[in-house]
Design a protein around this ligand. Structure first.
Ligand SMILES: NC(=O)C1=CN([C@@H]2O[C@H](COP(=O)(O)OP(=O)(O)OC[C@H]3O[C@@H](n4cnc5c(N)ncnc54)[C@H](OP(=O)(O)O)[C@@H]3O)[C@@H](O)[C@H]2O)C=CC1
Ligand SMILES: CC1=C(/C=C/C(C)=C/C=C/C(C)=C/C=O)C(C)(C)CCC1
Length: 317
């Protein structure tokens, strides 16, 4: 049970990656300011988290089952919490989906929206009424740079994160009236199982209904560039956990929080030209004209990130 003065934090998707690191980082807070309810849909996967939590397990960190795709599971989990009191809700659970749209079934696309979009909506709907009554709370959402900028061959994943950004941008105004904060965390590539799972899915892909030219662009142009980008720009789940803790602990938490300064110029392109031409053409050139020179492109991107833009991201340090 939480001590008085401790903030109750509920995190979704803590079996691996970013969710696991956020749970452990908050549970190991030196001043023990957080009572962490780390949730996962399958408690059989708890070992990594329990090991990483060490002494904190059973003290500042407890485990509960929660599947963000199930109304019943979400209700049961929240009803199991004393007075249904959650100070900070961190919506982290999410799944990726990569590849030419022609080869992806509508069912697979719906699964991504069910988790990344409706999963977040379901959690917010369950927790928000109690926060409104108490006139306090902080809701965080693990969005992505792909919630702000589309990326080729990530069409459906991007759409699910855009949907969530739109939902949250609208909700933030109403919630502010009830003294509830809403913050988006927007990482670029992060080295987690997310990357591994996507690469495994891609290796199994058969591309039914996709023309040979598109398959070639995906396999020979996009994938090598994407691997380069993960290598050059990838952050660790620990970086994202530190950024998230900073946002939680800020006196005036920002709504948008990019975690990787290298993405600031990419996202800025769409605001620099409201016709959208600048971003579409730049992405086209980066991929199809400079793709083979991606290493150099990465260096140029690093140079473009001037210190004034860097100030606009939340750094892990
Ligand atoms: N890695 C990256 O490059 C980036 C990731 N993100 C976002 O960060 C978040 C975390 O991803 P990351 O840590 O990288 O990836 P992981 O695959 O390591 O973690 C995803 C977590 O979500 C859980 N999850 C999936 N579906 C459900 C569900 N229905 N109910 C509850 N939990 C579920 C997984 O559980 P299980 O083990 O049961 O599958 C897992 O614990 C996601 O929202 C992702 O979109 C954002 C930007 C970049
Ligand atoms: C190929 C390619 C790109 C790829 C970006 C990638 C691969 C981003 C991955 C982000 C992730 C994994 C977010 C998760 O939510 C850029 C930089 C847009 C530039 C144009 C060419």
């Amino acid at each position: 049970m939480a001590n008085s003065g401790q903030k109750v934090v509920l995190i979704t998707g803590c079996s691996s990656g970013i969710g696991l690191r956020i749970a452990v980082t908050l549970a190991k807070d030196e001043k023990k300011r957080y009572h962490v309810i780390a949730t996962m849909r399958d408690l059989k996967k708890k070992d990594k988290l329990v090991e990483a939590a060490g002494d904190a397990y059973g003290k500042t960190l407890i485990l509960l089952p929660l599947d963000v795709c199930s109304d019943e599971s979400v209700k049961q989990c929240i009803n199991n919490i004393k007075d249904r009191h959650i100070d900070i809700l961190i919506n982290n659970a999410g799944v990726g989906l990569l590849g030419p749209v022609e080869s992806i079934s509508i069912e697979e696309m719906k699964r991504v929206f069910e988790t990344n979009f409706f999963g977040v909506v379901r959690m917010i709907k369950e927790v928000m009424p109690d926060m409104k009554k108490r006139r306090s709370g902080h809701i965080l959402v693990m969005s992505s740079v792909m919630g702000l900028q589309g990326v080729v061959f990530n069409d459906v994943y991007t759409a699910s994160k855009f949907a969530m950004e739109g939902f949250c941008e609208s909700m933030a105004v109403q919630l502010m009236k009830f003294n509830i904060r809403l913050s988006m965390i927007e990482p670029g590539p992060v080295h987690t199982e997310f990357e591994t799972k996507m690469m495994e899915d891609v290796a199994k892909m058969e591309y039914p209904g996709v023309d040979a030219e598109t398959v070639r662009y995906f396999k020979d142009v996009y994938l090598p560039s994407s691997i380069d980008i993960f290598e050059a720009m990838g952050q660790t789940p620990d970086d994202i956990a530190k950024c998230t803790k900073k946002v939680i602990e800020s006196n005036s938490p920002r709504f948008r929080n990019l975690t990787n300064s290298l993405y600031t110029p990419i996202v800025a392109l769409k605001y620099a030209d409201e016709t959208g031409g600048l971003s579409v053409n730049t992405f086209y050139n980066l991929l199809f004209n400079f793709g083979p020179l991606m290493h150099i492109t990465m260096s140029i991107l690093k140079c473009l990130t001037c210190s004034c833009l860097r100030r606009r991201t939340v750094s892990p340090n």
